[in-house]
Write a new protein. Sequence first.
Length: 186
Amino acid sequence: APAEPAPTLVLFARGVMARLALWGALRVAIRENWGSSGATAKQTQLQFASEIVDAFDGQDPIPDAVDVEELLMQVMEEEFDTLLEDDSAQSVATDILRLWEEVSRGKEDLVLEYEGRAEKIKGKDVQALRGVPDDPEQDWSDGDEDPEDEDGVPTLIDTQPQPQPPERPPREEPEVDEDGFTTVKK
């Protein structure tokens, strides 16, 4: 029988799964069925997370942000035929390294935060924006801010009907004099 994974690795895997669930690019790729495997969203995320966790399992030194970013981009390209140009993989890679550091110190706060945020967005649409990257320079927040402003979190689309644009003002009726001629106005 295979050995049980270390509790640290299990906690890290939970955090990675939750962080991937928050990644807008991955959510769009899954929603739009860009992958050729026909796997469910959960299966795809699980496979993706296992590749990331395997990269950390027993490694010394652990992968750095560039290695993790390259892995994320490689999986997106291989599984979804998607070439990312929005720097979101960099943001996700940074978060995954932060997760590893926290979990390695026995802390699960970040894992629980990601799991809570992932649970909140289940079933909501992600807005795909062209040319608007996640901001990797943005400071990490304690969750006190509006979740739409946090680094790496997709903007959610409100599915409520949108208000209609204001109508144009009514056109003035042409003035016709008693002989039937239209008066021209400027």
